[in-house]
Design a protein around this ligand. Sequence first.
Ligand code: PMP
Length: 458
Amino acid sequence: MTATVENPLHSGTTSVEGVAQERRLVTELPGPRSVELMARKQAAVAAGVGTTLPVFAARAGGGVLVDVDGNHLIDLGSGIAVTTVGNAAPRIVAAVQEQVAAFTHTCFMVTPYDGYVAVAEALNRLTPGDHEKRSALFNSGAEAVENAVKIARAHTKRQAVVVFDHAYHGRTNLTMAMTAKNMPYKHGFGPFASEVYRAPLSYPYRDGGLDGATAARRAITQIEAQVGADNLAAVVIEPVQGEGGFITPAEGFLPALAAWCRENGVVFVADEVQSGFARTGAMFASDHEGVVPDLIVTAKGIAGGLPLSAVTGRAEIMDAAHAGGLGGTYGGNPLACAAALAAIETIEADGLVARAQEIEALMKRRLGALQERDSRIGDVRGRGAMIAVELVKAGTDEPDPALTKAVAAAAHAQGVIVLTCGTYGNVLRFLPPLVIGDALLEEALDVLEGVFASLASA
Ligand code: PMP
């Protein structure tokens, strides 16, 4: 199976970062080298660390990942929304190479360095709102969410935290409590942290199309009755939900919640770990409705693949924690900071926010057309390059996780990396790197169309 395409973002070349921009399978998937490595993985790596595709990566760039057998796969996953600027993006490679040769670590809390400060300045500039801000840097999304809660508690001197149905905030102890889904994230790992309360989300496809204001009123009524605003430190919400199924709340839901938080002295925290950094066709998903979070949590796309996360927010809230109360050995590692500055420069200089909007238009056009012909596609949704389809038993709204699994597996076998998500396991999600070319995207959608056609309707 061979397909050669041009990447319009790199006109005149079919190669990005030395990687041919084509889908090309030279073995069955997984190929023999991957099979061998998978056997070593099973013998050496804990079983709890799962694998979506049993193909081992050799290199990646643009919209393509090359495996150890030489297969070229179209990447619609970006390592779960991380390589937004592309894999091994040139500015990132150069910045990290320069930094790694200068120094690799000092611990910012021992002897600071300017990269950390520059990332904090960039976050303070780019995040919604023009109030005075501060940032603190960490390693993972979950760690940053935990720190946002610590900061909100220190500021409000209250303990309770409200999260939403279908939420995903991480796998550490506190964030497991905040995450909604039992399997695989929580099962058998309790007891969980206390003072975490769950409120109903706005889920337009499944709540009868409740308008945003009404859905917010429903959530607020429940919060007031079951928690009490006086006990509540923070409301934490993903402006577009990630693992929960790429659910975009109805218009008006987020602004109403933010306004209620403001009126009640509750810290409104946007978890933009998955939706941030140009992914949704705005720098942050909060921007779509002009929502200004008190604290915003970022990670993933912030540093082009190096581990970095952050909490950014109102100076008076961020500064509430005592000196030494926040931090960690590696938080804001110099290599990750160099990568983040290069990623931010790339997003701004290369117009990647606009590119995400183009990707949305292309994908919604193709997936919308497919939905018209196939009633197993219940919903097409998402923003920017964070698009999903929710799969149901034909003509009903009953979730179909088996079909979702089968579609993903068939796409994988044909060299297209897609991911699934959703509380019911029935959402196919697409998170292409923003540097992918249109031709590769179209080809990936051709493959998906073929997969739907070949899987008989249930
Ligand atoms: N919050 C959201 C919205 C996420 O999507 C994720 C990761 N999928 C996390 C938090 C946790 O991030 P990490 O895996 O880096 O800990």
